[in-house]
Design a protein around this ligand. Structure first.
Ligand code: NAP
Length: 246
């Protein structure tokens, strides 16, 4: 197993890509601490599934856009094994709309969750990892942060922002044996894309060289590699998991 005796904080593990990441890291032996905004039952299901794989697991209600919640998340996480070696910034939201009609609130909520939330978690994790002189940070961006998308200026800004943070962090923390990378998924089948009509999904699949939308496990496998010691000389990178979309 690649991650035995490691503890990972994975934000947004109640469903979708976050749950798949929790399970894949647990399969590789990592203890899992996850957080959720509202989905307590679903998050506890993730915990039970991880525990069945033989690792310790905990879910904490914490809104990552609130600094005090993130502080509490890391305090709770430290109680599990006393250390945190891995952070996966996964939690994220969309509030889509064309720029001219986008409300200030929709802009702020997306930036506060996707960008500010990742910043709070990176800062909290980095302090612990610097003391250990070891750490793996992976942040889930999106191809939308690389190529843009009509109707998603807020989301695209947040996802481009986390790429900038990741590349900067890689430079700040490399000397402490801490890597920081981003994963940029394309279209992945989760609740986030469930609202799209079948027709849109079919059109989307046609534009993907691998001819299908991705599944959460496709992203989780990439994350598991990047947080393992097999990726110890990879930092500041953006790994596209998009079936060849861009
Ligand atoms: P999802 O199914 O909507 O799940 C989102 C997760 O984030 C849930 O666990 C949710 O918790 C949690 N969350 C949302 N806001 C939160 C907050 N303020 N504090 C704490 N947790 C919060 O999304 P997904 O499709 O799995 O996406 C996961 C990540 O991948 C996101 O960053 C997303 O932007 C990115 N991504 C997704 C796609 C895609 O096609 N699906 C493509 C590219 C990138 P609750 O259950 O409590 O709400």
């Amino acid at each position: 197993m690649l991650l035995e005796n490691k503890t990972a904080v994975v934000t947004g593990g109640s469903r979708g890509i976050g749950r798949a990441i929790c399970l894949e890291l647990a399969r590789e032996g990592a203890n899992i601490v996850t957080c959720y905004a509202n989905g307590a039952d679903a998050a506890n299901e993730t915990v039970a599934m991880c525990q069945e794989l033989g690792v310790q697991a905990l879910a904490v209600q914490a809104d990552i856009s609130v600094k005090e919640d993130v502080d509490r998340l890391f305090e709770e996480a430290l109680k599990v094994t006393g250390t945190i070696e891995i952070l996966v910034n996964n939690a994220g939201i969309t509030k889509d709309g064309l720029l001219i009609r986008m409300s200030d609130d929709d802009f702020d909520q997306v930036i506060d969750t996707n960008l500010r939330g990742a910043f709070y978690c990176m800062r909290a994790a980095s302090k612990l990892m610097m003391k250990k002189r070891y750490g793996r940070i992976v942040t889930i961006s999106s191809i939308v942060g690389v190529i843009g998308n009509a109707g998603q200026v807020n989301y695209a800004a947040s996802k481009a922002g986390v790429i900038g943070m990741t590349k900067s962090l890689a430079k700040e923390l490399g000397s402490r044996n801490i890597t920081a990378n981003a994963v940029a998924p394309g279209s992945i089948t989760t609740d986030m894309t469930a609202g799209l009509s079948d027709q849109v999904k079919e059109e989307m699949a046609k534009s993907i060289p691998l001819n299908r939308m991705g599944c959460p496990e496709d992203v989780a496998n990439a994350v598991a590699f990047l947080v393992s010691d097999k990726a110890s000389y990879i930092t500041g990178q953006v790994l596209h998991v998009d079936g060849g979309m861009c």
